[in-house]
Design a protein around this ligand. Structure first.
Ligand SMILES: Cc1ncc(COP(=O)(O)O)c(C=O)c1O
Length: 502
């Protein structure tokens, strides 16, 4: 009896494989005919309580299960109406490249093979794009949360010395502290925690009226910390804040870091790739002076999840933070164990997938100009949305639309004096919009005010979806406003009670 896991009937398997490919191509081609998102029926959720299978099930049957029970209940970020959080849409090209990578089943932790050269080529491309030296190092990771963590560790070791890796943080007398703005992403706090420095050691500097870090306040805080026995080591600027898309003054931050001898890291999770748009690139001035830069190809780069990236100016410092000797990872000058240093010397992962391939395909097939043009288009759509909001007396912009994110709310006369009611009304609008399935914004709190947040990242989004967002928000706001708030606030999250015309 055969024990390998390959098909016994290759022609039948090939026919099934083509059906699966066709289904996903159909899904993408006709995505506009589907809801962005839909609530998951309890019966579907219950299917995933089944026991682990011990007996084989036909591939066609498992595929059917996927089509019925998984595909319709995804997040929806492939859909042009998706405007929630900061999600890229992916492309059919990226999907095919994922299949090729899975077929190759390459492990990019190390050893001498061309998949690692593909990743190294992207490191060189990114070094060039962001004005880093050709000797810069880089690495694919899951996402910017991970890239920010690695940058924090590299900066920590550069400041405290690499002995910290053997002796631990507790053995150092330095009270290391880092800085970002109050608009910095929560993963920066987590990174300080995981790095053993403590989340309290991340100082949150206030922002100005445009959501950018107050650089004067930063320098005052650094001086204050030094006078009180702390050791500042890292400043993280943000290129595209999560809430509003604000870009810190990266040149001013680079100047502060130079004067204060601090590591300058840029969290460019989605904003960094604005570099691909000639119209937007000047707004990232100063990024080329960063010591390290974190960003995601899976956001504005439209590469399928996940494809986070870290770029580091000084490859030696990068390697010193992660390399570790192990007999079974011995390097040779020839054979399969050649090609040192390996990617595992630049991060915590030894086993690593071929994220570089879908990125390489995306960059080659579309070219950077086309990707830059889609990025500029999402910003143009954000401006269109901001204009429509500004033109409606019932709507209010809650932050400047700096890039591709628009935060606004519905305002109704009866809640002018009751911010709690206003927040609940807008909260209800967001949930209803998501459940109706034409557009899916997310939300945030800005100065205690609940905002409907549209983050336009998707290359498929057009003015039609933006207009639907405005029209449905107005219709819902008007309807909810005329109902007794005491009633609607307690209604179940079920759109059945809404008028069918909305
Ligand atoms: C500014 C910023 N930093 C970090 C992150 C986290 O990135 P990831 O979700 O890829 O880990 C995000 C996510 O949206 C972000 O907007």
């Amino acid at each position: 009896m055969r024990s390998d896991l390959d098909p016994h009937d290759w022609p039948a398997f090939r026919a099934q494989a083509h059906r699966m490919l066709d289904d996903m191509l159909d899904y993408t081609e006709h995505i506009r005919t589907r809801p962005v998102w839909q609530p998951i029926p309890p019966t579907i959720r219950a299917q995933f309580q089944a026991e682990i299978p011990t007996e084989p099930v036909e591939l066609a049957s498992v595929h059917e299960e996927f089509m019925q029970q998984i595909l319709p209940y995804a997040t929806g970020n492939v859909h042009p109406g998706f405007m929630g959080w900061v999600h890229g849409a992916g492309t059919p090209v990226g999907m095919l490249a994922e299949m090729l990578a899975a077929g190759l089943n390459a492990n990019l932790g190390g050893r001498d093979h061309i998949p690692i050269e593909v990743e190294r080529q992207i490191v060189r491309w990114m070094a060039q794009l962001f004005g880093f030296p050709a000797s810069a190092s880089g690495l694919f990771v899951t996402g910017t949360s991970m890239a920010n963590l690695l940058a924090t560790l590299i900066a920590r070791d550069a400041a405290a010395g690499t002995r910290i890796r053997q002796r631990g943080v507790a053995a150092t007398s330095n009270k290391l502290v880092a800085y970002t703005s109050t608009a910095g992403h929560a993963c920066l706090t987590k990174a300080m925690d995981i790095a053993g420095l403590g989340s309290d050691a991340l100082r949150l500097i206030p922002t100005d009226h445009r959501g950018r870090m107050d650089v004067a306040a930063l320098e005052i805080k650094i001086e204050h910390d030094r006078r009180h026995g702390f050791s500042p080591f890292l400043v993280t600027g943000t290129a595209g804040t999560t809430d509003t898309g604000a870009i810190d003054d990266l040149t001013a931050l680079a100047d502060v870091c130079e004067r204060q001898n601090l590591w300058f890291h840029v969290d460019g999770a989605f904003g960094a790739l604005a570099m691909l748009s000639p119209e937007l690139a000047p707004r990232l001035a100063g990024i080329e002076r960063a010591d390290s830069l974190a960003f995601d190809f899976h956001k504005w780069g439209q590469v399928p999840y996940d494809a986070g990236f870290l770029l580091v100016r000084d490859a030696e410092l990068h390697q010193q933070a992660f390399a570790s000797p192990a007999a079974y990872l011995r390097r040779e000058s020839r054979g399969l164990a050649a090609g040192s240093p390996w990617p595992c010397d630049f991060g915590p992962d030894l086993s690593r997938g071929f994220r570089a391939l879908k990125t390489w395909f995306t960059l080659k097939v579309y070219g950077t100009e086309a990707i830059g043009a889609t990025i500029a288009q999402t910003c143009a759509l954000a401006r269109h949305l901001a204009k429509r909001v500004a033109a409606e007396a019932e709507l209010e912009l809650l932050a400047p639309a700096e890039l591709n994110i628009v935060c606004f709310r519905y305002r109704a006369p009866w809640h002018a004096e009751t911010p709690g009611e206003s927040n609940r009304l807008n909260q209800q609008i967001v949930v209803e919009l998501q459940e109706r399935g034409s557009v899916a914004p997310s939300s945030t709190l800005l100065n205690g005010r609940f905002a409907i947040r549209a983050a336009i990242v998707n290359h498929r989004t057009t003015e039609a979806e933006v207009d639907t967002l405005v029209d449905q928000t107005l219709a819902l706001g008007r309807h909810l406003q005329t109902s007794n708030p005491a009633h609607w606030a307690h209604l179940p999250k079920d759109s059945a009670w809404l008028p069918p015309t909305l």
